[in-house]
Design a protein around this ligand. Structure first.
Ligand code: ZN
Length: 239
């Protein structure tokens, strides 16, 4: 089984379509989503429909949860808040219901999917260091777990340390790994291209894929939707 692991699509239809085309070329037959299908960009409804039709599992992200509710958005940044208010007007009630059925964590055979952390998945903490990853790794019941939320790809190893993800690599099988897939729709590591993972279960091979997409159209769609200019600009910067 060869899986595509997608995180933080954030309503970027151009990026999602480019990533799915690349994943097909890579021979992926299963597609898992680590949450935050919606928020920030201009095509929440279209991205939701594509993701729910994919063969694979999807877990809940903080933007998905917020878009499905009607509660105040005061704990979000002003940019996120503005985009989520708009997103709520774009989704049909049936689509919001589907989002609200997503679970925060899923185990697929021998690995786990989560948006933020495994210790307290609904507190939406950001894992940006080995020290921060330890609490989650202590709660990890499978050798591998995949997460998103920070929009920065990387691998944290239990006991400390990281593994770099240049080109393809053979994952070690004797230690727990907490692996961030980066973001499909709003990269934040200085590289504007979409990020996702290809994981081959039989060989334990992992590839971090960076995919060029029509960023001009995605950015223009943000402006056309009346969303903040900063959200359109940041797509070119990867931040
Ligand atoms: Zn996100």
């Amino acid at each position: 089984m060869r899986c595509a692991i997608l995180a933080d699509i954030h309503a970027n239809l151009q990026a999602l379509e480019a990533v799915l085309a690349d994943a097909q070329e890579c021979g992926c037959d299963e597609f898992h989503c680590l949450g935050d299908i919606v928020g920030y960009n201009a095509n929440p409804s279209e991205c939701l429909e594509i993701v729910r039709a994919l063969p694979g599992a999807c877990v809940l992200g903080n933007h998905d949860a917020a878009a499905a509710e009607s509660e105040a958005l005061d704990h979000f940044s002003p940019l996120a808040k503005q985009s989520l208010e708009w997103t709520r007007t774009q989704l049909q009630s049936e689509q919001k219901e589907w989002l609200s059925t997503l679970r925060p964590m899923r185990q697929i055979r021998r690995y786990t999917l989560v948006h933020a952390t495994l210790d307290t998945p609904l507190s939406w903490a950001y894992i940006r260091s080995s020290a921060a990853a330890e609490m989650s790794l202590a709660c990890q019941r499978t050798q591998l777990a995949f997460f998103g939320h920070t929009h920065v790809p990387g691998i944290f190893v239990q006991g400390g340390g990281t593994i770099s993800m240049e080109e393809g690599l053979q994952l070690p099988t004797d230690t727990k790994l907490f692996i961030n897939a980066g973001s499909v729709g709003q990269s934040r590591d200085g590289d504007w291209r979409a990020s996702y993972l290809v994981y081959d279960e039989e060989s334990a091979g992992l590839w971090l894929r960076r995919v060029e997409y029509d960023v001009r159209s995605a950015s223009q769609a943000v402006l056309d939707a009346g969303l903040p200019k900063r959200l359109a600009e940041r797509l070119f910067l990867g931040q």
